[in-house]
Design a protein around this ligand. Structure first.
Ligand SMILES: Cc1cc2nc3c(=O)[nH]c(=O)nc-3n(C[C@H](O)[C@H](O)[C@H](O)COP(=O)(O)OP(=O)(O)OC[C@H]3O[C@@H](n4cnc5c(N)ncnc54)[C@H](O)[C@@H]3O)c2cc1C
Ligand code: FES
Ligand code: FES
Length: 488
């Protein structure tokens, strides 16, 4: 057991004997370190004003990611390097990213600017020549009310293939920092006690399993993109927190010819790399899941375990016939993902149990697959309805169907009646229409501020018709492609 939290702030090693389990990185920076360059806008992961860059070891390599400091708990950064906007300027000289925003007039009131600088800085560290689509993805989680995005995107474009990149001290000293972080890595459980509660961070799966059994009241924290809001918006103060992010076994991805197994702690960014390659519509869904900052923190396991009826991954994974694996002590069990969701925010998870991995079968060549996320905004918005459909066809006839929806019931759920209407039929517009009618028997949708029940019913039916158009008349364009700003 180790009782010291250790991390680098820039190049400075910090060792803390005590830390509140849910102290946010933003509060630590602003209130304890008086580093006020990082701003608080929304305090719920939406606006990006608090964006910082965190370097951590991923498979032994130092990797930098942009994250939202407002919903990130400081003690989960054990063994990491934190870079805030204050680390960029060298003496009186601005960092090239900052200088580009000045040169292209990318800042007016300036409140969003540090966050935008840090998002572009993370991109600068990771990629020397990003295209416009990548730049827009990276900026989708940074809201600016003043400038409009054109000057900001122009500034980002001007940084491409910049010869000064090689001189950047954070890149030049990369190997040195990687060695320092490797020297901090250990298998000890980190245990911190403070007046506000206890924070436990095991480094191995057996230690995690033991702690989850021992501490039945503990809140498990993966990427904290849901749990963070319980604290900043729900004003909850969990007394005991168990963080999962140091358990490397939970970050593994194993692929075979038949299926891919994703550890519960696989971040959405990595999930997109692998699942996005399975189908372009899954890639599009994951591109529109939160923002770059949210995808860098949020995990597949968190999206499933929180049991939200409007989570984006459950419909896709249910349509693909995924299984969830749970562990309690040394015992594992697995069940079809659709059986995991029992009722609103109630899952088939016993005390002491946690999600270890999700097993996703491949998409057979003779199957049709479709997923649509319907939101009010294109980027960084939660679904009103998410529909994911898988059909197995033989000689044009539907042999089997899995139609899964989010936003249509208290849990992510299959449309059993609509599936029955399809099976045995020739796949056609008429069959899709019949299935769309049957949806009324399957669902009494949610009626809330995000969308009315009538709207959800109509959209769900339309998505089945869209599936027919996409597969029977692919020449008809049924999707709006996110358009990049034209650049010379
Ligand atoms: C700005 C913003 C935008 C978002 N956009 C989207 C979106 O577009 N689509 C969407 O679906 N969601 C969205 N979310 C919600 C959130 O990002 C996702 O649900 C994410 O996948 C949660 O993962 P996490 O690792 O952050 O979970 P956490 O917040 O760490 O945990 C979530 C819940 O799961 C539990 N938990 C986590 N891991 C495990 C485990 N292995 N075993 C058992 N229990 C576990 C936790 O105790 C908690 O109850 C958004 C959130 C924010 C802040
Ligand atoms: S303050 Fe808005 S994302 Fe953190
Ligand atoms: S410059 Fe004012 S919010 Fe972006």
């Amino acid at each position: 057991m180790r009782h010291k939290l250790r991390f680098y702030f820039g190049n400075e090693l910090h060792e803390l004997d005590s830390c509140a389990p849910t102290l946010t990185l933003l509060d630590w920076l602003r209130l304890e370190m008086a580093k006020t360059g990082t701003k608080e806008g929304c305090a719920e992961g939406d606006c990006g004003a608090c964006t910082i860059v965190v370097g951590r070891l991923e498979a032994g390599r130092l990797t930098y990611r942009a994250l939202n400091a407002c919903i990130l708990f400081l003690p989960t950064l054990d063994g990491c390097q934190i870079l805030s906007v204050e680390h960029l300027k060298a003496g009186r000289t601005l960092h090239p990213v900052q200088q580009a925003l000045v040169d292209f007039h990318g800042s007016q009131c300036g409140f969003c600017t540090p966050g935008i600088v840090m998002s572009l800085f993370a991109l600068w560290l990771n990629q020397s020549n990003p295209d416009i689509g990548r730049i827009e993805d990276v900026l989708a989680g940074n809201l600016c009310r003043c400038t409009g995005y054109r000057p900001i995107i122009d500034a980002a474009m001007s940084l491409r293939a910049n010869p000064d990149r090689d001189l950047d001290p954070w890149l030049r000293d990369h190997a040195d920092m990687q060695s320092k972080l490797l020297a901090l890595a250990d298998d000890e459980t980190l245990s911190l006690q403070s007046a506000e509660g206890r924070f436990l961070s095991p480094a191995t799966l057996p230690d995690l399993a033991r702690l989850v059994l021992q501490e039945p009241q503990a809140i498990l924290v993966a990427g904290a993109t849901d749990v963070g809001l319980w604290v900043t918006k729900g004003m909850q103060q969990p007394n005991v927190v168990i963080a999962l992010n140091r358990v490397e076994a939970l970050t593994q991805i194993h692929a075979s010819a038949q299926e891919t197994s994703f550890g519960a702690m696989v971040p959405l960014t990595k999930l997109r790399d692998v699942m996005g390659a399975m189908h372009p519509q899954i890639d599009e869904l994951l591109r529109r899941f939160g923002s770059e900052q949210v995808r860098n923190s949020g995990t597949i396991g968190g999206n499933i375990a929180n049991g939200s009826p409007i989570g984006d991954l459950p419909p896709v994974l249910i349509a693909m016939n995924a299984r969830v694996v749970l562990q309690r002590g040394e015992t594992e069990r697995s069940l079809p993902l659709e059986a995991f969701f029992l009722d609103y925010k109630k899952q088939d998870r016993q005390q002491g149990e946690f999600v270890t991995r999700i097993i996703v079968p491949g998409l057979a060549p003779q199957s049709l697959f479709h997923v649509s996320k319907i939101t009010k905004r294109m980027d960084e918005d939660i679904s009103a309805v998410c529909g994911a459909f898988w059909l197995e066809l033989r000689d044009g006839r539907v042999l089997a169907a899995r139609l899964a929806f989010g936003g249509m019931a208290a849990v992510p759920k299959r449309a059993a009646k609509a599936e029955a209407a399809l099976v045995g039929e020739i796949w056609s517009h008429a069959a899709a229409q019949a299935a769309a009618h049957a949806l009324d028997l399957d669902f009494s949708p949610l009626d809330d501020w995000r969308a009315s029940a009538a709207y959800r019913r109509q959209v769900a039916a339309n998505l089945l018709k869209r599936l027919a158009f996409e597969t029977l008349q692919p020449e008809i364009q049924s999707r709006t492609i996110a358009l990049g700003v034209a650049h010379a």
